[in-house]
Design a protein around this ligand. Structure first.
Ligand SMILES: [Zn+2]
Length: 287
């Protein structure tokens, strides 16, 4: 996809089934989800089981000046004991997809992470000679300071495997929530899902896009921005962030790039009768 002079591609790492949607969104009872089933099945939820289907993907962004990755997926060999599909995965085909896009890891100038959950920073590092080292040897990795500090305090597997080694290699840059790389790429605070979650904004000429990370996990959160998944650390804050984002970009040309919506995973927010029939926001796939 082209956004003015910026080229954007998705690089899929994995896609799989997760918990039934009513276990992730407690409001999504059988009755509440019924009006949306024809819209969500079979790509976003599995018919019958109602399990959520979540792709995990990075966005490769080429501006006139920089080659950028936004969110680096699950990665290879990482501990993810709570998610069997991601646990000690040995699939390196994501690097093949990067090569098919014409780039090697050494070509990446910047890595942005919307937040530091294991499915957004996995390919930050890879195991070499028994040590986790940055996968992208020439990249500067941009982490929000707030996210870094909260993650460091928890000191869990994603931090030790995918974040700390980047810092130790001197390749991390801790930034404020509204950091701007230049006039084409900048962050905005989008906290709630995690303490230092950010949206990555892109602009070329009059064209705009926003990679919203885990601010939303399912397209059903457009008609229901008040539905916060159990994965949101601060659900009240996450609701406010989501609603404000949807209101701001609704009926504009902004292309919303999502982390986990079904392919093509990007689209626009429009107002109108939602897929459930009531007034609300809708997600229209495509550029
Ligand atoms: Zn995620």
């Amino acid at each position: 996809m082209w956004l003015g002079q910026i080229q954007i591609q998705t690089l899929l790492d994995t896609s799989g089934l997760h918990a039934p949607i009513h276990e992730v969104f407690l409001e999504a009872t059988r009755e509440a989800i019924a009006p949306y089933r024809h819209w969500l099945e079979p790509d976003a939820i599995e018919p019958g089981t109602q399990r959520m289907i979540l792709p995990v993907q990075a966005y490769l962004v080429r501006t006139r000046h920089h080659r950028i990755l936004i969110d680096t997926c699950v990665g290879c060999g990482k501990l993810n004991p709570d998610t069997p599909d991601w646990h000690l995965r040995q699939d390196r085909s994501w690097l093949v997809r990067l090569a098919e896009a014409g780039l090697s890891p050494a070509d990446i100038d910047y890595v942005f992470c919307t937040h530091l959950h294991s499915d957004h920073c996995g390919w930050n590092t890879e195991l070499r000679d028994g040590r986790w080292v940055p996968t992208f040897p020439n990249a500067r990795y941009i982490f929000s300071r707030q996210e870094y500090e909260a993650t460091a305090q928890r000191n869990g597997d994603p931090f030790r495997q995918s974040v700390l080694p980047v810092l130790e290699a001197g390749q991390a840059q801790l930034v404020e929530l509204d950091y701007a790389l230049d006039d084409e790429v900048w962050l905005e605070p989008a906290v709630g899902h995690t303490e230092g979650h950010v949206v990555v904004n892109l602009k070329s000429g009059q064209r705009r896009a926003a990679m919203c990370g885990d601010m939303m996990h399912s397209p059903v959160q457009c008609p229901h921005p008040e539905w916060s998944p159990i994965w949101d650390r601060d659900q009240e804050q996450a609701r406010r962030t989501r609603r404000s984002f949807l209101e701001r970009h609704c009926d504009t040309d902004t292309i919303v790039l999502t982390a986990h919506f079904p392919p093509p995973s990007f689209g626009r927010i429009v107002h109108g009768a939602s897929h459930g029939g009531g007034p609300g926001f809708m997600f229209v796939y495509g550029a």
